[in-house]
Design a protein around this ligand. Sequence first.
Ligand code: SAM
Ligand code: SF4
Length: 475
Amino acid sequence: MKMNPNEIQLPADAVDFIDDAKLEALVAGMKEDADAVRAVIAKSMRKEALTVEETAVLLAAESPELVEEIFEAARQLKRDVYGNRIVFFAPLYVGNYCINNCKYCGFRKSLSSAVRHTLTEDELTREVHALEDIGHKRLILVYGESPIYSPEYIAKTVRQVYATKKGHGEIRRVNINAAPLDEEGFRIVKEAGIGTYQIFQETYHKKTYAEWHPANTMKGHYMWRLNAFDRAFRAGIDDMGLGVLFGLYDWRFEVLAMVTHARYLQEKFGVGPHTLSFPRIKAAEGVDLNLKYQVTDEQYKRLVAILRLAVPYTGLIMTAREPAELRREVLAFGVSQIDAGTKLEIGGYQEKRNEGDQTLNREQFQVGDTRGLDEVMGEILEGGYIPSFCTSCYRLGRTGEHFMEYAIPGFIGRFCTPNALVTLAEYLWDYASPETRAKGEALIAKEVEKLEPKLHDEVLRRLDRIRAGERDLYF
Ligand code: SAM
Ligand code: SF4
């Protein structure tokens, strides 16, 4: 495991596929063209991925009517491709020791006021129990970059989380967000059974990257990070989540770069990213939020809608960094996964403090939506969405190039919706408040009626089996 940027040796075929000058020129040349925008929207509505140039056409739209057409197209595509399911997960911070000095992060090495801690085995068990006690089934484990968090250590924690069960509670999918590893390291974490390997480039703009990530640090090595998914893929990881930390540079440049990265992976490996993340920078210990490139709510909505249209088959993750109000609105633009009940403090789940209580020097940044899982579930149900804890595809090996997911006609109807309904039922009967349970049961009754006859009967049979005490009956 490398801890010194001078030791980094990139694989011989590592390529810098981000052409800053080309993307800068596309941003500089943006000029609204209503006909072109409508032609590009028409292409996305045929569920075809957009090129970088076509994405730039959408980013150039400024007039309210045209922007509304983009929003409406994103809502429509979300309904067509994903249906009305929203998958729930929770982040679990394992440790915040870090050798890097990313200037936006509350874990950075130079921040002496940060309270450092790595969960002990016992504490990790208690964190997982606390998450299982509220109904979570999918976690993303998050680590700083440190010799402590070696691939072996990460693999050990992943295995421990899978093995930690309580009553009906179990974690069925463990994703990780960790510093880029070498190929051997990726092989080790893959063997532990990780779901998605997630890592954000933060900013694809090289000059800006250098300003935020000091040169003599591991994270300061732009290409080591940009090449991470290539190494992960070679190590057998075909489920990858990429992202940008919005607010460091021009949001339109970053959207074009994310699309470039997604297309690069698709072309080189035949597999695009499983998910895209688009966090906005939030208050953290010692971080000046008076940023030149701060993304407004309006721009945020546009970037989500445009990503939806640009990569129709890629999942979009919106985290609790964003406030509840905005999350409510943006969900409709094609977000497929959200977290809820999120605690970023190391050990924060088992402490059972009041929702909304946060101590900045113990966490990486400030959470915007501090509501508990049950409350968010209730709201999602009221909005007519089906909350899902499904983990079936990953467990049945439906990933990577074998996983055409939404491209297979009828896939959602045959697998995703039934799985969403049975995992929702488990949640309702094991963990929900009476109000959420009533809302959820009403939604299940309505949704079951929409299923084709054979599936309808099978889902009803499985719901009966769950009522009788069986669990984990996935399609
Ligand atoms: N240390 C690993 C790394 O940097 O890739 C993984 C963990 S890091 C804790 C996860 C992500 O949190 C980072 O990639 C960054 O995008 C995000 N992050 C850091 N500081 C943030 C802030 N102030 N506001 C919002 N997100 C932040
Ligand atoms: Fe460390 Fe990651 Fe924070 Fe950078 S973003 S200081 S690498 S935890």
